[in-house]
Design a protein around this ligand. Sequence first.
Ligand code: FE2
Ligand code: FE2
Length: 253
Amino acid sequence: MNTDLLLAPVHSFLHCRTPQAWIDEASKPENLPLLLTDHLVCELKAAQTAMWLIRKYVADKESGETLLTWLKPWEQFVHSETVSLEFLQQHKGLSKAIISRTDVEYGDLLVDKMVLLIKEELHHFWQVMEIMQARNIAYMKITASRYAKGLLREVATYEPLTLVDKLICGAYIEARSCERFASLAPYLDDELAAFYVSLLRSEARHYQDYLALAVQIAPSDIALRVRKIGETEAKLITEPDNELRFHSGVPAW
Ligand SMILES: [Fe+2]
Ligand SMILES: [Fe+2]
């Protein structure tokens, strides 16, 4: 895989690279359980965000309920720590079609992109879980990083800009994940490095899908919004942070 080609648009979209201080901290073997756990939860959050967008903006009522039911076992697992993992085997795919409301112009497009994204993120969740199990890393609840909350503070409070801004935030989160997987891979053991490199293609596509949706749905040019949210994103990555997470800033300790 030509990762340079894949990463070029990601790097030009992001306003900064991951600081070396974060890579040094994140690649310490003692931090691996924390990092994998946060990665696991991030995969579910990515799926939940996509589900939320479909339910809020385009799905008919019945399809919305189907999506909720589909994700519930994963949510129960991360909240309770105790639910059996057997559900993962039984819920490998969403077989029912999601119907978008006829009054939403961009409905089918958003559903198509987001359903694919949900399936891929849940597959990643399962892959991370398998790695954790193989390494005897038990899942434990951890607090969320400041990153997503910090980004969402930028989101406009009126439609259609709320949706457009949320899509731009989605693009930044996916692009940063992609950049971080690539930055961290050379410092990890072979198995993990290969896994992280294998995620680059889908995360790069997710960022492009989010951005393309934002462009299509926005009533006017989004360049200024993209720049503003990009600046905030870069601050969250380059400013000191008190805890290590997959999307945390520069370690302050
Ligand atoms: Fe993912
Ligand atoms: Fe993704």
